[in-house]
Design a protein around this ligand. Structure first.
Ligand code: AMP
Ligand code: ZN
Length: 462
């Protein structure tokens, strides 16, 4: 099966041809760890998780190596430590734990490697020394800077000239820079800041070098795919390319960038008050698979708008899927089913998740609930165990509801004799609180779970 990906570096949709079919290699820039991941941070995680799953499907589960780093040395982390009086290691460890928990909840598989930048300082120092030896970097006032003028292809990814880049970006002007575009590979640390001994004194790496060093160490000097958000294209990815190529590395063959996430049509920002974390949503009761569904409904290269409306709709859809599988599926049979050609073709077309979801929705209307179950797992909405758990909870809720309906019918019949309906009213109110609509006729009592129905609340009624 051929996969086509739109390569940012060439601007073309290209047939993906891995350097080694037996070890397809992908690097994605991960978070800087000083706070909970906001919803936007989750977008590249979900997008590249879908690609990871597709690659594993096509090339084999053990034939894909996926690296996503943690930036655990950064001035924002230092600032957070100063503000809170906490140790940097505590902050980064806690945040990394949170990140894993939150992304697990979105159904993202853990990458093969999730390296922390601070474990790769010697590799970074060696790379910087190599760049200096080749005349691509220079030391000045305790800093080491990459000499952009020494790299004639600098800017090739975003296709901009150095002058345009200077105009478009906030470049830090410093007296020790030969060119304002030159960027920091290494900088000095005062005693109160994290630092490592180096040929240029005690200091710490600039941001960009970590990805070049970790990618080379874990994937090799030349690898297949490099991904991240659009916002990283310049300067971060340009700088990664410059560092690695000037070391003689082939670096990434294909570059993929996801567009940004917005909220209700607006940029997500703290000042607009529409800023929230993945954990905020999970805590509000929005299940991880619902977030994933909403994300996948928009192509990764389009801006993605998070809206309450979409989230409610996704929840209904997913609920419908579970209902259908509970009604007529058999998970043990579903496990062995193949992935539909149409789904694979959509995903292989530059990750057209929107079209792939359409196939899933059509499947829900078809006869075979097992196919639906197989694909829910392939898309990463659930793993098999979670799906089994959802289905059995659904079945239990259905049987509980029918028991409650019998109970309510008895109480109602009694009330018709005594003319005291207070117990009937009390039970009806409880049902309605649990998101259940009570339909009573003269002879029947029917309990219909509404969109807000929560089986856990039903438990509480017992
Ligand atoms: P950061 O921790 O800010 O470096 O971001 C980690 C990852 O999240 C990077 O791949 C960013 O491109 C991505 N990212 C940050 N904000 C957004 C957003 N609003 N929408 C989509 N991706 C984002
Ligand atoms: Zn990076």
């Amino acid at each position: 099966m051929d996969i086509y990906l739109k390569n940012t570096a060439t601007g073309a949709k290209e047939r993906f041809a891995p350097l080694d079919d037996g070890n397809v290699r992908m690097y994605v820039c991960g978070p800087t760890v000083y706070d909970r991941a906001h919803l936007g941070n989750a977008r590249p995680v979900v997008v590249f998780d879908v690609l990871y799953r597709l690659l594993r499907h096509v090339y084999g589960e053990t034939s894909v190596t996926y690296v996503r780093n943690f930036t655990d040395v950064d001035d924002k982390i230092n600032a957070r430590a100063t503000e809170t009086g906490r140790a940097i290691g505590d902050i980064t460890n806690e945040t990394i734990g949170w990140f894993h928990d939150d992304m697990d909840a979105l159904g993202a598989l853990r990458p093969t490697h999730a390296p922390r930048a601070t474990r790769y300082i010697p590799q970074m120092v060696a790379m910087i020394e190599g760049l200096m030896a080749k005349g691509h970097a220079y030391a000045a006032e305790g800093h080491v800077l990459f000499d952009v003028g020494s790299d004639p292809t600098y800017g090739s990814l975003s296709g901009r000239s150095v002058d345009d880049m200077i105009a478009g970006a906030r470049v830090e002007v410093a007296p020790y820079k030969k060119n304002p575009m030159d960027f920091v590979l290494w900088k000095p640390s005062t005693r109160d800041l994290p630092g490592w001994d180096s040929p240029w004194g005690r200091g710490r790496p600039g941001w960009h070098i970590e990805c070049s060093a970790m990618a080379a160490d874990l994937l090799g000097e030349t690898f297949d795919i490099h991904g991240g958000g659009n916002d990283l294209m310049f300067p971060h990815h340009e700088n990664e390319i410059a560092q690695s190529r000037c070391c003689g590395h082939g670096f990434a063959q294909v570059w993929l960038h996801n567009e940004m996430l917005q909220v209700e049509g607006k940029k997500m920002s703290k000042s607009l008050g529409n800023f929230f974390t993945v954990r905020d949503l999970l805590d509000q009761g929005v299940p991880g698979e619902v977030i994933r569904f909403v994300f996948l409904s928009t192509h990764y290269r389009k801006p993605m708008d998070w809206t309450i409306e979409k989230s409610v709709e996704a929840e209904l859809r997913l609920h419908g899927f579970i209902e259908r599988i509970a009604l007529s599926g058999d998970i043990s049979k579903a496990k062995g089913l193949p992935i539909e050609e149409e789904v694979l073709i959509a995903l292989a077309d530059d990750l057209n998740t929107h079209a792939a979801l359409e196939v899933l929705l059509r499947m829900n209307g078809s006869e075979d609930a097992n196919r639906l179950a197989r694909h829910l797992v392939f898309f990463g909405f659930f793993d098999w165990e979670e799906l089994e758990d959802r289905v059995s909870r659904h079945l239990k809720a259905v049987s509980d509801l029918s028991n409650f309906a019998d109970e309510l019918a008895k109480v109602r019949n009694l009330a018709m004799e005594t003319k005291d309906f207070s117990e009937v009213d009390r039970l009806k109110a409880l049902m309605s609180d649990a998101g259940i609509e009570v339909r009573m006729s003269k002879t029947t009592v029917e309990l219909v779970p509404g969109p807000d129905f929560d089986p856990a609340k039903l438990e509480a009624l017992k």
